[in-house]
Ligand binder design. Structure first.
Ligand SMILES: Nc1ncnc2c1ncn2[C@@H]1O[C@H](COP(=O)(O)OP(=O)(O)OP(=O)(O)O)[C@@H](O)[C@H]1O
Length: 269
């Protein structure tokens, strides 16, 4: 099994299946087959990236996993029923309430569950500390950089301690240096909190840096092209980012992505 070959950080509970996608398909009413016969198992504690060209169904897959959409064929099977708080979602845009403070933005999911501001204080401040924003609780979004806004968005998604964090190209709009920092912070958070991460990206470099598995997808129809293990130890840091091992893994993933894109071209002929 793939997960057995993956080297993980100390104490992360991985390898137990959490979610199976069995023959999952999604055909939209306009006739587009966004996903065709997707078979995938996500294990507890995985950091899985969905990598592929535009239109290969990455966001559609994430929306199905989030329960925001239903498959037109096949089924998603969770090993244990997930409660309402068990899935967090981070989008490409941070989508913060512009008039509310950082604290109040992060409090929002707890507030919607009836938790008072006072009772939420320790959870909110703990989450802000985890994303290195404990000194910005009273700031409003316009006072923050793009990277800080995204940190708030991650803190808001994590404040309910979800078991699964779904991220749809959360760092795509950020400059490269900010993106590197947020990649580091996200990995640190993942190792501390031990959630399962499913991360959509177009970036080979980001997927290799973050993930223990990369699901490379092909388009037309959207499908899984290759499920690759990223065989590198956590924690991963700047030394890893500049290592020959990282470069070799990026080259390997680029080659698979290239093959997935040619598979698309062949399917068109
Ligand atoms: N609601 C919808 N109705 C009709 N077609 C849709 C809908 N949502 C997505 N599609 C189509 O399904 C296919 C897969 O879309 P999806 O957004 O999942 O791909 P993606 O890999 O996330 O793309 P990108 O990387 O560009 O965001 C595309 O051809 C898209 O146009």
């Amino acid at each position: 099994m793939l997960q057995q070959t993956v080297m993980r950080g100390e104490g992360i509970d991985s390898g137990t299946p959490l979610l199976h996608l069995r023959g999952v398909g999604k055909v939209f009413s306009n006739g587009v087959t966004a996903l065709d016969n997707v078979n995938l198992t996500i294990s507890q504690g995985d950091f899985v990236s969905l990598l592929g060209p535009s239109g290969c169904g990455k966001s559609t897959a994430l929306r199905l996993i989030a329960g925001l959409s239903t498959p037109t064929s096949g089924a998603l099977e969770w090993q244990k029923a997930l409660g309402d708080d068990c899935v967090g979602f981070v989008f490409q845009e941070p989508t913060l309430l512009p008039w509310a403070s950082v604290f109040d933005n992060v409090w929002l999911p707890l507030r919607l569950r009836g938790v008072s501001r006072l009772k939420a204080t320790s959870a909110v401040m703990e989450m802000l500390a985890r994303v290195h924003l404990e000194n910005f609780a009273d700031a409003v979004p316009r006072e923050l950089s793009g990277g800080m806004k995204m940190r708030v968005s991650i803190a808001r998604a994590m404040v309910t301690k979800p078991r699964v964090l779904l991220m749809d190209e959360p760092f795509a709009a950020l400059d490269e240096i900010t993106r590197f920092k947020l990649n580091n912070d996200l990995l640190e958070l993942w190792q501390q909190e031990r959630f399962t991460a499913i991360f959509v990206t177009h970036s080979v470099f980001e997927s290799v840096f973050l993930s223990n598995r990369i699901v490379v997808m092909a388009a037309q129809p959207g499908r899984v092209f290759r499920d690759m293990a990223v065989e590198a130890h956590y924690p991963r840091d700047e030394a890893f980012r500049t290592s020959p091992a990282y470069a070799a893994l990026c080259r390997q993933a680029s080659e698979v992505l290239g093959a997935a894109m040619s598979a698309k071209a062949e399917a068109r002929r």
